[in-house]
Design a protein. Sequence first.
Length: 258
Amino acid sequence: MNRFVLIVVLLALLGVGCSGSVPDDTSADSAPSSEGSPVTIQGTVTYVELEGGFYGILGEDGHDYFPLELDDRFRKDGLRVRFEARKEPALTIQQWGTPVRIVSISAIVPADPVYTINGGAVRIDEPGQDGTVSLLASAVGDLDDDGRDDSGVILRLDSKGSGVFYYLNVFLDQGDDGWRLAGEEFLGDRIEFDFMDIYRQGSVSSLTGVSIHPDDYGQLVVAYSAHSEEQPFSEEHDLYLTKHWRVEEGKLVLMEND
């Protein structure tokens, strides 16, 4: 009987040992820890409309991060950033993402786009065959609803003759693939540029002072004065134009011409 009991006890001990947990390497997490060195992560700043609204970061590692202190310069919906952070054992009313303390942060900016005039590449402030091209104005905003800021620029070509020609270039931010030209538009000769904007949340019309309707987010608008078709260039401009574009299927499309 005693030998039987001993065998049962030994079998029970072996069973406990075999049922012990085995570390699972697949559970390893790249999220920052509150201990040790901060972790470097890339992600996209996003505006979250909860609890009055706040900015979080959608990490490219699959995690959402709630920065306890985010510099105003980086509070921009759709901005790609690279940051170092430590996890903070904090309770927040937002209850969104992992609370982190930002150690350092910087924007991820694509390389400069290739500017074009009449389909040919040009260099800024360098004399060329047709004259010298300068960058007059620029605007940023999400034109194709992919969460990244795209860009519109006004180029001024001081020709070797009497003309001063103005062109619009629009570029889409393709992330790690850089900028892609969505379209080029000729605006006119010897115009008087007024403003350019890409409508987004919080935009206000430069003409009326009224908030832009959400249906118009993603529009690019350029306003300028120009000569009418029969008017001599020696006279003051008698036209004031506003032109609106959208990006459709990756291409710049003119919407209206006032």
